[in-house]
Design a protein around this ligand. Structure first.
Ligand code: URA
Length: 261
C-alpha cells in the first residue's frame, strides 16, 4: 500500500478523523509509508498544554549537587532520581518521574518535563501530549513499553508547567546521562527545544535542526517537535511524521552497522 501526500496528511490527523486500521503493522513494512495513527489522538483537545519554548539561561538555585551517578545500576538510579533535591523543582513536586519503558530499547524519546498529570501518576507523557506521543509511537508500529523508553530532560514538574530553566536541566542532566548509558538505545528522538537544549546543548530553531543526524554518546539523534506543540499546530504533524521516518532510518542504519561490529 502506498499513500499519496494528501492521504498521508490525513493519516497524521490533519483532517479531523484519525482511523486505526487493522493492517497498521503491515503498512510499516513499506519504507516511507505512513502507518495509521491511533485513534486516541482524535479526541485530544488542543488547549491546556504548555507550548514548549527554549529554556532561558535561568539562575535557578541548586540546592544540593546532583549525586555522582557513575556506576549506579537501574534500581539505584531510579531511587536517586526519586530522592533528588538538586534543584528547586523538588520543592513542589508530588513525585519525581524517572521515565518508563523497555530497559533494552531501540528507541529513546526525551521530552521536556512532567506536567500535572505526570506529577500525580509518576509516569511521563500520560496527559494530552502523551496521547499524541502514543499515537506517534503507534504510527511506527511500537507501543509504550515495547522497544521504547520515554524520559524527560527534567524529572520533576516545573511549577505551572513552565519550561525548565537551563540550570534545572543542567542539575538533572547526570540522571538523564546515566539513563542513556544504561539503556543504550539505538536511536534518540528529542521532542522539542528543551530536550534539544539539554542533550545537544543547541539553542537553534527546530526548523533548522530537523532532518539532520546528530550524535550523543555515539548514538544517532533526531530532533522533532514536542507533542504539546503539535497539538496546537496541527499542520506540523506532517513534519513530525517525516522526522519519525528519518529517525527510523537512523535506527535501521544503526542496526546494520552493528551487524559488522
Ligand atoms: N510533556 C513532557 O515533555 N513530558 C511529559 O512527561 C509530559 C508532558
Amino acid at each position: 500500500m502506498s499513500l499519496n501526500r494528501e492521504q498521508m496528511l490525513a493519516e497524521m490527523g490533519i483532517t479531523p478523523q484519525w482511523v486505526l486500521r487493522d493492517d497498521a503493522r503491515a503498512a510499516l513494512e513499506q519504507e516511507e509509508t505512513p502507518a495509521p495513527i491511533a485513534e486516541a489522538a482524535a479526541s485530544v483537545a488542543v488547549t491546556a498544554v504548555a507550548l514548549p519554548v527554549v529554556a532561558g539561561a535561568g539562575e535557578a538555585p541548586v540546592l544540593r549537587p546532583t549525586p555522582a551517578v557513575d556506576g549506579l545500576g537501574w534500581p539505584e538510579l531510579q531511587q536517586g532520581i526519586r530522592e533528588c533535591s538538586a534543584c528547586i523543582l523538588c520543592q513542589q513536586r508530588k513525585q519525581a518521574v524517572p521515565g518508563v519503558g523497555d530497559l533494552k530499547p531501540d528507541w529513546l524519546f526525551i521530552g521536556e518535563g512532567p506536567g500535572a498529570e505526570e506529577d500525580v501518576r509518576g509516569e511521563p507523557f500520560v496527559g494530552q501530549a502523551g496521547k499524541l506521543l502514543d499515537a506517534m509511537l503507534a504510527s511506527l508500529g511500537i507501543a509504550r513499553g515495547e522497544k521504547v523508553y520515554i524520559a524527560n530532560a527534567v524529572k520533576c514538574r516545573p511549577p505551572g508547567n513552565r519550561t525548565p530553566e537551563a540550570a534545572e536541566m543542567a542539575a538533572c542532566r547526570p540522571w538523564l546521562e546515566r539513563q542513556i548509558t544504561l539503556l543504550k538505545p539505538k536511536v534518540i528522538v528529542l521532542l522539542g527545544k528543551a530536550a534539544v537544549h539539554s542533550v545537544l546543548g543547541e539553542d537553534k530553531s527546530l526548523a533548522a535542526m530537523r532532518g539532520r543526524r546528530f550524535e550523543h554518546a555515539g548514538i544517532p539523534v533526531a530532533v522533532t517537535y514536542h507533542p504539546a506543540y503539535l497539538l496546537r499546530n496541527l499542520p506540523d504533524k506532517a513534519k513530525a511524521w517525516e522526522d519519525l521516518l528519518f529517525a527510523r532510518r537512523l535506527l535501521r542504519e544503526a542496526g546494520q552497522s552493528h551487524m559488522f561490529e
